[in-house]
Design a protein around this ligand. Structure first.
Ligand code: G3H
Ligand code: 13P
Ligand code: ZN
Length: 309
Protein backbone atom coordinates (compact mmCIF):
# COMPACT_ATOMS: atom_id res chain seq x y z
CA UNK A 1 0.00 0.00 0.00
CA UNK A 2 1.39 3.40 -0.93
CA UNK A 3 1.11 6.96 0.24
CA UNK A 4 -1.92 8.32 -1.59
CA UNK A 5 -3.46 11.71 -2.24
CA UNK A 6 -6.89 12.53 -0.82
CA UNK A 7 -9.00 12.20 -3.98
CA UNK A 8 -10.40 8.68 -3.58
CA UNK A 9 -10.59 8.92 0.22
CA UNK A 10 -12.80 12.01 0.04
CA UNK A 11 -14.97 10.64 -2.79
CA UNK A 12 -15.87 7.62 -0.68
CA UNK A 13 -16.28 9.64 2.54
CA UNK A 14 -18.64 12.09 0.84
CA UNK A 15 -20.70 9.34 -0.74
CA UNK A 16 -20.99 7.28 2.43
CA UNK A 17 -21.49 10.16 4.90
CA UNK A 18 -18.50 9.87 7.19
CA UNK A 19 -15.30 11.88 7.73
CA UNK A 20 -11.65 10.85 7.60
CA UNK A 21 -9.56 11.81 10.64
CA UNK A 22 -6.60 14.09 10.01
CA UNK A 23 -4.31 13.78 12.99
CA UNK A 24 -1.29 15.99 13.65
CA UNK A 25 2.03 14.21 14.08
CA UNK A 26 5.27 15.42 15.66
CA UNK A 27 7.26 12.33 16.61
CA UNK A 28 7.51 8.56 16.27
CA UNK A 29 5.28 7.61 19.19
CA UNK A 30 2.45 9.84 17.97
CA UNK A 31 2.67 8.35 14.47
CA UNK A 32 2.75 4.80 15.84
CA UNK A 33 -0.22 5.36 18.17
CA UNK A 34 -2.38 6.82 15.39
CA UNK A 35 -1.43 4.21 12.82
CA UNK A 36 -2.05 1.32 15.20
CA UNK A 37 -5.54 2.70 15.88
CA UNK A 38 -6.29 2.99 12.16
CA UNK A 39 -5.03 -0.55 11.62
CA UNK A 40 -7.18 -1.99 14.39
CA UNK A 41 -10.25 -0.12 13.12
CA UNK A 42 -9.42 -0.62 9.42
CA UNK A 43 -9.85 3.11 8.85
CA UNK A 44 -8.66 5.53 6.15
CA UNK A 45 -6.05 7.88 7.54
CA UNK A 46 -4.55 11.33 7.04
CA UNK A 47 -1.36 12.15 8.93
CA UNK A 48 -0.77 15.87 8.92
CA UNK A 49 2.38 17.82 9.59
CA UNK A 50 2.41 21.50 10.48
CA UNK A 51 5.23 23.94 9.71
CA UNK A 52 6.00 23.80 13.44
CA UNK A 53 6.20 19.99 13.33
CA UNK A 54 8.67 20.20 10.44
CA UNK A 55 10.78 22.64 12.43
CA UNK A 56 10.57 20.43 15.53
CA UNK A 57 11.22 16.99 14.04
CA UNK A 58 12.74 17.70 10.61
CA UNK A 59 10.92 17.01 7.33
CA UNK A 60 13.02 13.98 6.40
CA UNK A 61 12.59 12.30 9.76
CA UNK A 62 8.81 12.71 9.58
CA UNK A 63 8.38 11.51 6.00
CA UNK A 64 10.61 8.48 6.65
CA UNK A 65 8.62 7.61 9.77
CA UNK A 66 5.40 7.88 7.79
CA UNK A 67 6.84 5.74 5.00
CA UNK A 68 7.68 3.18 7.68
CA UNK A 69 4.07 3.38 8.88
CA UNK A 70 2.78 2.67 5.37
CA UNK A 71 5.16 -0.25 4.96
CA UNK A 72 4.40 -1.88 8.29
CA UNK A 73 0.65 -1.22 8.43
CA UNK A 74 -0.42 -1.97 4.87
CA UNK A 75 -2.77 1.03 5.05
CA UNK A 76 -3.32 3.74 2.46
CA UNK A 77 -2.15 6.94 4.16
CA UNK A 78 -2.29 10.57 3.05
CA UNK A 79 0.62 12.71 4.25
CA UNK A 80 -0.61 16.26 4.37
CA UNK A 81 0.90 19.67 5.15
CA UNK A 82 -1.33 21.37 7.74
CA UNK A 83 -1.72 25.17 7.47
CA UNK A 84 0.91 25.73 4.79
CA UNK A 85 1.86 29.37 5.34
CA UNK A 86 3.32 30.19 1.90
CA UNK A 87 4.12 28.81 -1.57
CA UNK A 88 7.72 27.88 -0.65
CA UNK A 89 6.66 25.66 2.27
CA UNK A 90 4.05 23.92 0.11
CA UNK A 91 6.60 23.41 -2.69
CA UNK A 92 9.16 22.02 -0.27
CA UNK A 93 6.59 19.51 1.07
CA UNK A 94 5.46 18.50 -2.43
CA UNK A 95 9.07 18.06 -3.57
CA UNK A 96 9.75 16.15 -0.35
CA UNK A 97 7.11 13.46 -0.83
CA UNK A 98 3.89 14.83 0.70
CA UNK A 99 0.77 13.72 -1.16
CA UNK A 100 -1.44 16.60 -0.05
CA UNK A 101 -0.93 20.18 1.13
CA UNK A 102 -3.01 22.91 2.68
CA UNK A 103 -2.31 26.46 1.65
CA UNK A 104 -3.78 28.68 4.33
CA UNK A 105 -4.53 32.04 2.79
CA UNK A 106 -7.49 32.59 5.10
CA UNK A 107 -5.93 35.75 6.59
CA UNK A 108 -5.54 37.35 3.13
CA UNK A 109 -8.05 39.44 1.21
CA UNK A 110 -10.21 37.29 -1.12
CA UNK A 111 -8.30 38.06 -4.35
CA UNK A 112 -4.90 37.48 -2.75
CA UNK A 113 -6.08 34.22 -1.20
CA UNK A 114 -7.21 33.08 -4.66
CA UNK A 115 -3.90 34.07 -6.27
CA UNK A 116 -1.74 32.29 -3.69
CA UNK A 117 -3.96 29.20 -3.57
CA UNK A 118 -4.00 28.89 -7.36
CA UNK A 119 -0.21 29.13 -7.48
CA UNK A 120 0.01 26.16 -5.09
CA UNK A 121 -2.70 24.21 -6.95
CA UNK A 122 -0.89 24.62 -10.29
CA UNK A 123 2.37 23.32 -8.83
CA UNK A 124 0.71 20.52 -6.83
CA UNK A 125 -1.61 19.16 -9.52
CA UNK A 126 1.24 18.80 -12.01
CA UNK A 127 2.76 16.41 -9.47
CA UNK A 128 -0.37 14.48 -8.45
CA UNK A 129 -0.69 16.25 -5.10
CA UNK A 130 -4.08 17.41 -3.77
CA UNK A 131 -4.65 20.85 -2.23
CA UNK A 132 -6.85 22.14 0.60
CA UNK A 133 -7.67 25.86 0.71
CA UNK A 134 -9.38 27.90 3.42
CA UNK A 135 -12.03 30.60 3.44
CA UNK A 136 -13.06 32.22 6.71
CA UNK A 137 -10.81 32.43 9.74
CA UNK A 138 -10.76 30.32 12.91
CA UNK A 139 -9.87 31.78 16.28
CA UNK A 140 -7.24 30.14 18.48
CA UNK A 141 -3.56 29.34 18.57
CA UNK A 142 -1.63 27.47 15.92
CA UNK A 143 2.13 27.58 16.00
CA UNK A 144 3.32 31.16 16.43
CA UNK A 145 0.05 32.65 15.20
CA UNK A 146 -2.68 33.60 17.64
CA UNK A 147 -5.99 34.65 16.13
CA UNK A 148 -8.21 36.53 18.55
CA UNK A 149 -11.98 36.09 18.66
CA UNK A 150 -12.39 39.57 17.12
CA UNK A 151 -10.09 38.74 14.20
CA UNK A 152 -11.86 35.46 13.42
CA UNK A 153 -14.65 35.36 10.87
CA UNK A 154 -17.21 32.88 9.59
CA UNK A 155 -16.95 31.68 6.00
CA UNK A 156 -19.20 33.62 3.64
CA UNK A 157 -21.08 30.97 1.62
CA UNK A 158 -21.56 33.37 -1.30
CA UNK A 159 -17.77 33.27 -1.89
CA UNK A 160 -17.15 29.53 -2.02
CA UNK A 161 -18.15 28.72 -5.63
CA UNK A 162 -15.93 31.43 -7.06
CA UNK A 163 -13.04 30.45 -4.78
CA UNK A 164 -13.20 26.78 -5.74
CA UNK A 165 -13.73 27.46 -9.45
CA UNK A 166 -10.89 29.97 -9.75
CA UNK A 167 -8.33 28.11 -7.61
CA UNK A 168 -9.08 24.49 -8.53
CA UNK A 169 -8.67 23.33 -4.90
CA UNK A 170 -9.61 19.74 -4.07
CA UNK A 171 -11.11 20.50 -0.66
CA UNK A 172 -12.07 23.57 1.33
CA UNK A 173 -11.70 24.37 5.03
CA UNK A 174 -14.44 26.60 6.35
CA UNK A 175 -15.01 28.48 9.60
CA UNK A 176 -18.31 27.70 11.34
CA UNK A 177 -17.39 28.47 14.95
CA UNK A 178 -14.71 25.94 15.89
CA UNK A 179 -11.28 27.18 16.93
CA UNK A 180 -7.81 25.76 17.51
CA UNK A 181 -6.60 24.68 20.92
CA UNK A 182 -8.20 23.65 24.20
CA UNK A 183 -10.32 26.75 24.89
CA UNK A 184 -12.90 26.85 22.14
CA UNK A 185 -16.00 28.26 23.79
CA UNK A 186 -16.54 30.52 26.77
CA UNK A 187 -20.29 29.86 26.88
CA UNK A 188 -22.37 27.11 25.32
CA UNK A 189 -20.73 25.47 22.27
CA UNK A 190 -22.41 26.67 19.10
CA UNK A 191 -21.58 25.82 15.48
CA UNK A 192 -23.10 27.52 12.42
CA UNK A 193 -24.57 24.46 10.71
CA UNK A 194 -26.57 26.82 8.52
CA UNK A 195 -23.30 27.96 6.92
CA UNK A 196 -22.14 24.37 6.42
CA UNK A 197 -25.48 23.48 4.87
CA UNK A 198 -25.41 26.44 2.49
CA UNK A 199 -21.79 25.72 1.49
CA UNK A 200 -22.76 22.10 0.84
CA UNK A 201 -25.68 23.20 -1.31
CA UNK A 202 -23.49 25.53 -3.35
CA UNK A 203 -20.69 22.96 -3.79
CA UNK A 204 -22.33 19.61 -4.56
CA UNK A 205 -20.12 16.53 -4.05
CA UNK A 206 -17.28 18.68 -2.80
CA UNK A 207 -15.29 17.76 0.34
CA UNK A 208 -15.36 20.28 3.19
CA UNK A 209 -12.78 20.32 5.99
CA UNK A 210 -13.37 21.12 9.64
CA UNK A 211 -10.40 22.44 11.64
CA UNK A 212 -10.31 22.97 15.38
CA UNK A 213 -12.38 19.85 15.93
CA UNK A 214 -11.04 18.43 19.16
CA UNK A 215 -13.65 17.72 21.81
CA UNK A 216 -11.14 18.52 24.56
CA UNK A 217 -12.06 15.26 26.26
CA UNK A 218 -12.85 16.03 29.95
CA UNK A 219 -11.24 12.80 31.20
CA UNK A 220 -7.83 14.09 30.10
CA UNK A 221 -8.40 17.70 31.11
CA UNK A 222 -9.22 16.39 34.60
CA UNK A 223 -6.16 14.12 34.56
CA UNK A 224 -3.89 17.02 33.65
CA UNK A 225 -5.42 19.23 36.34
CA UNK A 226 -5.23 16.45 38.91
CA UNK A 227 -1.53 15.87 38.30
CA UNK A 228 -0.22 19.40 38.51
CA UNK A 229 -1.40 20.93 35.23
CA UNK A 230 -3.56 24.00 34.80
CA UNK A 231 -6.28 23.81 32.19
CA UNK A 232 -9.18 25.61 33.80
CA UNK A 233 -12.17 26.33 31.57
CA UNK A 234 -10.93 24.13 28.73
CA UNK A 235 -13.83 23.32 26.39
CA UNK A 236 -14.12 21.60 22.99
CA UNK A 237 -16.64 20.68 20.33
CA UNK A 238 -19.30 18.21 21.54
CA UNK A 239 -19.02 14.87 19.79
CA UNK A 240 -22.59 14.90 18.51
CA UNK A 241 -21.88 18.13 16.62
CA UNK A 242 -18.87 16.53 14.95
CA UNK A 243 -20.91 13.46 14.02
CA UNK A 244 -23.51 15.72 12.47
CA UNK A 245 -20.84 17.60 10.47
CA UNK A 246 -19.37 14.28 9.31
CA UNK A 247 -22.77 13.17 8.02
CA UNK A 248 -23.01 16.41 6.01
CA UNK A 249 -20.38 17.69 3.53
CA UNK A 250 -17.46 17.47 5.97
CA UNK A 251 -15.05 14.76 4.79
CA UNK A 252 -11.96 15.66 6.83
CA UNK A 253 -11.90 16.46 10.54
CA UNK A 254 -8.68 17.82 12.06
CA UNK A 255 -7.68 16.67 15.52
CA UNK A 256 -4.57 17.67 17.40
CA UNK A 257 -5.41 19.04 20.85
CA UNK A 258 -7.11 15.84 22.01
CA UNK A 259 -3.97 13.89 21.13
CA UNK A 260 -1.83 16.34 23.08
CA UNK A 261 -4.13 16.02 26.09
CA UNK A 262 -4.07 12.21 26.05
CA UNK A 263 -0.30 12.08 25.60
CA UNK A 264 0.56 14.72 28.19
CA UNK A 265 -2.07 13.69 30.73
CA UNK A 266 -0.78 10.13 30.66
CA UNK A 267 2.81 11.23 31.16
CA UNK A 268 1.87 13.53 34.06
CA UNK A 269 0.00 10.66 35.73
CA UNK A 270 2.87 8.27 35.07
CA UNK A 271 5.39 10.48 36.86
CA UNK A 272 3.03 11.16 39.76
CA UNK A 273 2.72 7.40 40.25
CA UNK A 274 6.31 6.47 39.40
CA UNK A 275 8.57 9.33 40.47
CA UNK A 276 11.54 6.95 40.33
CA UNK A 277 11.22 6.30 36.58
CA UNK A 278 13.63 7.85 34.10
CA UNK A 279 13.59 5.47 31.10
CA UNK A 280 11.67 7.32 28.34
CA UNK A 281 10.27 4.01 27.10
CA UNK A 282 8.34 3.58 30.33
CA UNK A 283 6.29 6.76 30.01
CA UNK A 284 6.28 7.11 26.21
CA UNK A 285 4.83 3.63 25.70
CA UNK A 286 1.97 4.45 28.08
CA UNK A 287 1.36 7.78 26.34
CA UNK A 288 1.38 6.07 22.93
CA UNK A 289 -1.24 3.55 24.10
CA UNK A 290 -3.48 6.31 25.50
CA UNK A 291 -3.18 8.22 22.24
CA UNK A 292 -4.00 5.08 20.26
CA UNK A 293 -7.15 4.55 22.30
CA UNK A 294 -8.13 8.20 21.83
CA UNK A 295 -7.79 7.82 18.04
CA UNK A 296 -9.80 4.57 18.08
CA UNK A 297 -12.53 6.41 19.96
CA UNK A 298 -12.53 9.21 17.38
CA UNK A 299 -12.63 6.79 14.46
CA UNK A 300 -15.56 4.78 15.81
CA UNK A 301 -17.61 7.34 17.75
CA UNK A 302 -16.94 10.65 16.04
CA UNK A 303 -15.79 10.15 12.45
CA UNK A 304 -17.65 6.95 11.62
CA UNK A 305 -14.81 5.78 9.36
CA UNK A 306 -14.12 2.39 10.95
CA UNK A 307 -14.04 -0.39 8.35
CA UNK A 308 -13.87 2.19 5.54
CA UNK A 309 -10.18 1.74 4.60
O1 G3H B 1 -3.88 23.86 13.73
C1 G3H B 1 -2.78 23.65 14.24
C2 G3H B 1 -2.37 22.32 14.72
O2 G3H B 1 -2.89 22.04 15.98
C3 G3H B 1 -0.88 22.21 14.69
O3 G3H B 1 -0.31 22.90 15.73
O4 G3H B 1 1.25 24.42 14.53
O5 G3H B 1 1.53 23.94 17.00
O6 G3H B 1 2.04 22.20 15.28
P1 G3H B 1 1.22 23.40 15.63
P1 13P C 1 -7.66 21.16 17.47
O1 13P C 1 -6.80 22.17 18.14
O2 13P C 1 -9.10 21.35 17.81
O3 13P C 1 -7.22 19.75 17.70
O4 13P C 1 -7.56 21.43 15.88
C1 13P C 1 -6.49 20.92 15.14
C2 13P C 1 -6.43 21.50 13.75
O5 13P C 1 -7.34 22.12 13.24
C3 13P C 1 -5.20 21.25 13.00
O6 13P C 1 -5.21 21.89 11.77
ZN1 ZN D 1 -6.23 23.78 11.76
Amino acid sequence: MPLVNSTEMFKKAYKEGYAVGAFNVNNMEIIQGIVEAAQIENAPLILQVSAGARRYANHTYLIKLIEAAVETSGLDIVVHLDHGPDFETCKSCIDGGFTSVMIDGSHLPFEENIKLTKQVVDYAHDRGVTVEGELGRLAGVEDDIKVSQEDSSYTRPEEVEEFVARTGVDSLAIAIGTSHGAFKFTGEPKLRFDILEEVGRRLPNFPIVLHGASSVVPEYVDMINEFGGKLDNAKGVPEEMLRKAASMAVCKINIDSDLRLAFTGTIRKHFAEHPEHFDPRQYLSEARTALRDMVRHKIVNVLGCNNKA
